[in-house]
Design a protein around this ligand. Structure first.
Ligand code: SAM
Length: 286
């Protein structure tokens, strides 16, 4: 008998992944957490039934949400990661000797425990001495931060459930305050293709531009995310994501990556016309 994990991307489209066996299933105080073993994507993590990461393609998302801002900011020492309980963003950040402190604010301690157990190649840097782990709501945590961080990475779930507050004007305004005068915020920015994701993307962009004078969007191809066309937000107080790209300095670090490189960095910010149009429209919403 075949067993399949399915995620509905719309009412009429779903992604189904064949499952060898289910490794874990539990309800935390915040969400349902499941882990599947699959022949195509290795282990798969879902939260409330939505796919979060797979062993096979997590590198794309985690490299793109970290190396893009790290190749622009000249001296990022203090970093805040909100969400990110799977540890993938922290793993990539810990590869930079220049970083002195990483604050990870993950609302659900059980996500960290489950990822340490079942995703050891992603959740592999929780013992780094630079890491401080907080199990709090990122929306509340950032209210009390002022002029502290060079980089904020919002590695959240989607804009419903526990992640809803991380897509609000209040949250983005508080992230702006929490950043130093040349700080950068990047965020998981949904997708332009299916209506629901596109509405969330437009809404997030409309709210971010209200706080950040430099607000751009970049893209990556993530096979297991809805439509495969995934977006990230790049909001900045000073540095432009491509004009201020420090290619030579980044390449001199000789960091091995499977997806990111400084040429792709530039290309990622050149979006399809329909996406640019949606972003412009979004800027006039709200
Ligand atoms: N990489 C995945 C993606 O792109 O969808 C998600 C990364 S991670 C699994 C998302 C994390 O955000 C989850 O562990 C979830 O518990 C956490 N989270 C959701 N809402 C949060 C909040 N308000 N504060 C802090 N963490 C939150």
């Amino acid at each position: 008998m075949d067993i399949w994990y399915s995620e509905h991307h719309t009412d009429h489209v779903k992604l189904s992944i064949k499952v060898d066996r289910q490794l874990y299933s539990n309800q935390s105080d915040f969400q349902r957490i499941d882990v599947f073993e699959t022949p195509e994507f290795g282990r798969v993590l879902t939260l409330d039934g939505f796919l979060m990461q797979t062993e096979k393609d997590e590198f794309i998302y985690h490299e793109m949400i970290t190396h893009i801002p790290m190749a622009v900011h000249p001296n990022p020492r203090h970093v805040l990661v909100i969400g990110g309980g799977d540890g993938g963003a922290v793993r990539e950040l810990c590869r930079y000797d220049s970083i002195e402190q990483i604050d990870l604010v993950e609302i659900d301690p059980l996500v960290v425990e489950v990822c340490k157990t079942y995703f050891p190649t992603t959740a592999c840097s929780f013992d780094d001495p630079r890491l401080r782990l907080y199990h709090q709501d990122g929306l509340r945590f950032v209210r009390n931060c002022h002029n502290q961080y060079d980089l904020i990475i919002v590695d959240s779930t989607d804009p419903f459930g526990p992640g809803e507050g991380l897509f609000t004007k209040e949250f983005y305004g508080n992230c702006y305050k929490a950043l130093k005068e040349d700080g950068i915020m990047v965020n998981q920015h949904e997708s332009p293709f299916y209506k629901g994701d596109a509405m969330a993307m437009k809404r997030a962009h409309a709210r971010i531009v209200k706080s950040f004078s430099i607000s751009r969007v970049y893209q990556a191809h993530i096979p297991t995310y809805p439509s495969g066309h995934w977006l990230f937000g790049f909001a900045s107080k000073r540095y432009h994501p491509t004009k201020d790209l420090l290619s030579e300095a980044w390449n001199d670090k000789k960091l091995e990556t499977k997806y990111y490189n400084t040429n792709l960095h530039k290309g990622a910010f050149y979006l399809p016309n329909y996406v640019e149009t949606m972003l412009r429209e979004g800027e006039f919403d709200e």
